[in-house]
Design a protein around this ligand. Structure first.
Ligand code: SAH
Length: 416
């Protein structure tokens, strides 16, 4: 219908009359109360929920059949009695008192329609769909999912010089775990925060492909190491997060993998808290588990490995849990592979223990180099292994599809 004029109503502390006491009337009443309306419910019988609201004095309950006069003082009326004649009578009375009226049973009688609504923070999206509520609901669900996933441009746009309360609230910081590199491996929450960020602070690792989805005026600060350039020191990164948030900007600190796995996330959170900045940590898919998975290695497997440890190759590796049933996942330090492998053998692991070094998991250079503690350093050197790479030590490595080819004398296995 083309005579629909979409509108938002301020119903706070204004009287709305709901005629009817069933589930539809109950749902409408709850929605109206959430928006701060004063609600009068007219119905001889009402649901337990409405009884409870009346007992708590949250609504006025007129416990009898509808009678003319019940709409007095109303700004808006909902007719939801389930009886078309009563609904029609309510609609007629509302019409003569020039009050808009929603009619649940008959959209043609109505002078107002309730949209299906998707809400996220202060964004409200209303859907009317040719007075077909189910169609509207389905569309609303799709919109809500896109909102939730961060696929819509949620970012607040503040015109220069605004002085509204909204513009001066301090910004928030979110540490978002970006996963190993593939854009599909970031969480829906992470995408959503990214979509509403004013500033994004990124590292060298992580799903940099997501940056292409940002609006042109989003400030991207690259604190990662680039060739010939030193990375921005951690202290300075902490300061950047705080400075931008204090200036009222919403900041996403996009990190590779999970923020709390060798990501110095704890320090960034502490810096924000110390400055009184609201900070949220969104977990991510850590490379410690996902990069082995990218080449078919499960870090645990029934009857092969009952546990795993994640450590950096820079730590002392001789006092971590041993035994063939325990997987070791080493991050960073591929250049120290020889030292690490020797230390593990010295600590009692057999030189025949299988090892895989997985470079650039999910990236274009993804490649797995297989070997044993005894020979992996030489093989990695021969293959020219480069960071970033994850090293997996333990019998689970045999489960990789590439292992058989390795045993048959093949070289490193690239992504197909
Ligand atoms: N917070 C991150 C780890 C940061 S330490 C996480 O949870 O994944 C950086 C190390 O992670 C790298 O040196 C490398 O060992 C590993 N890494 C991260 N992304 C990787 C990738 N795509 N492929 C291989 N290794 C990766």
């Amino acid at each position: 219908m083309s005579d629909l004029y979409p509108l938002g109503l301020r119903v706070g502390d204004r009287l709305v009359v709901v005629v009817g006491g069933g589930p539809v009337a109950t749902r409408r009443t709850r929605g109206l109360l959430d928006a701060g309306a004063r609600v009068r419910v007219v119905a001889p019988d009402v649901t337990d929920d409405l009884v409870a609201l009346a007992v708590a004095d949250a609504v006025e309950h007129v416990a009898r059949a509808y009678a003319p006069g019940d709409l007095d003082g109303a700004w808006l009326v909902h007719a939801a009695t389930g009886d078309p004649d009563v609904d029609a009578a309510v609609a007629a009375d509302a019409e003569s008192s020039r009050t808009f009226c929603v009619v649940a049973s008959d959209a043609e009688l109505a002078t107002a329609w309730v949209p299906a609504v998707a809400r996220l923070d202060d964004v409200v999206m209303s859907v009317h769909a040719g007075r077909d509520p189910r169609r509207a609901t389905r569309l609303r669900d799709a919109v809500a999912a896109s909102l939730e996933a961060g696929e819509l441009p949620l970012r607040r746009v503040r015109p220069a010089g605004t002085s509204s309360a909204d513009a001066v609230r301090p910004g928030r910081v979110a540490l978002v775990g970006g996963g190993p590199a593939a854009p599909g491996l970031v969480t829906a929450r992470g995408r959503r925060l990214l979509a509403s960020a004013d500033v994004v602070v990124v590292d060298r690792l992580g799903p940099r492909g997501l940056l292409a989805t940002l609006a042109d005026d989003v400030e991207v600060i690259d604190v990662g190491k680039t060739a010939g350039n030193h990375p921005v020191p951690q202290e300075r990164i902490n300061e950047l997060l705080v400075e931008h948030a204090l200036a009222g900007r919403d900041v996403v600190r996009l990190k590779g993998g999970d923020p709390y796995v060798f990501g110095r996330g704890g320090e960034e959170v502490a810096a924000c808290r110390a400055a009184g900045i609201e900070v949220e940590v969104v977990p991510g898919v850590t490379s410690a588990i996902s990069v082995p998975a990218a080449v078919g290695i499960p870090v645990t497997h029934r009857q092969v490995a009952a546990g795993f440890s994640v450590l950096t190759a820079h730590e002392a590796v001789d006092d971590v849990p041993g035994g063939p049933g325990h997987t070791l996942v080493l991050l960073m330090g591929v250049t120290r592979l020889a030292v690490t492998a020797e230390a593990l053998v010295a600590a009692g692991r057999p030189p025949s223990t299988p090892v895989a070094v997985v470079e650039d998991g999910y990236g274009p250079r993804q490649r797995a180099t297989f070997g044993t503690l005894g020979d992996i350093a030489a093989r990695a050197e021969a293959a020219g292994v480069r960071p970033p790479a994850v090293t997996v030590v333990g019998d689970v490595v045999r489960l990789a599809p590439g292992w058989a080819a390795h045993e048959a004398g093949g070289g490193p296995v690239s992504k197909v």
